[in-house]
Design a binder for this molecule. Structure first.
Ligand SMILES: [Zn+2]
Length: 221
């Protein structure tokens, strides 16, 4: 999926040239790689150290293969109107505490978290490293039967009868596009928790999965 920077630079230069000449089209210049300019840049994702995660209670397992899908969740925490980065970090700590102390898990169950202000954080330790390298994933604990093949993204809040803030939605699109790109996951392989379990999660976000897939596909093509 990745295209060398030099190739992209050449393409951009050629496109500018074509525009100046008023004749050459993007399709003619770029050929089959005309979409390379739409490549998704890495969004800011705060790692565990940045938001003050506790160490895992035991070693995180690494799955030596790429995930084949993304599963969208909501946390079911109250819908806060604090959209600050500090709140996003505090929310990540709250989730980790709940998962470790309440559920008895070794660390956060999800791989990543998206706040109502649209800030992204790493969930389970090692998830960000794996994502940036694009070849492995850490074993999660967010969806029974899918934890060694699906990246789990928790969206802060509960969306059974209200829509998420636009900032959360926009951030979810970018996160999914980047993750699909890094792992070679088709945009069609973005699901909701309720597709695999008896749950209402992720609420209205599930109704919007077709919209999400389309937006992601447009970014990664
Ligand atoms: Zn869920």
């Amino acid at each position: 999926m990745s295209v060398p920077v030099s190739r992209r630079s050449v393409l951009r230069g050629a496109v500018l040239l074509g525009a100046a000449a008023g004749a050459t089209t993007l399709a003619q210049v770029g050929g089959g790689n005309a979409h390379a300019a739409a490549r998704v840049d890495q969004p800011v994702i705060a790692n565990c150290a940045t938001w003050g995660a506790r160490p895992p209670s035991s070693a995180v397992s690494v799955v030596e293969s790429r995930p084949n899908k993304i599963i969208v969740h909501h946390t079911a925490f109250p819908n806060s109107t604090d959209y600050s980065l500090a709140h996003a970090y505090a929310n990540s700590r709250d989730i980790q505490n709940l998962h470790m102390d309440g559920n008895g898990w070794l660390d956060s169950g999800q791989h990543f978290t998206n706040s109502r202000g649209g800030q992204l954080t790493e969930g389970r330790h090692g998830s960000l490293y794996a994502l940036l390298h694009g070849q492995t994933m850490v074993q999660g604990a967010h969806c029974v039967g899918q934890n060694s093949q699906a990246i789990g993204i928790e969206n802060d809040g509960i969306y059974l009868d209200v829509q998420p803030p636009q900032a959360l939605w926009n951030s979810l699109i970018v996160f999914c596009a980047f993750t699909c790109q890094q792992y070679g996951i088709p945009a069609s392989q973005i699901y909701g928790h309720k597709d695999f379990a008896s749950t209402q999660c992720p609420g209205l976000l599930h109704d919007r999965l077709p919209e999400l897939r389309s937006a992601v596909a447009a970014l990664i093509q």
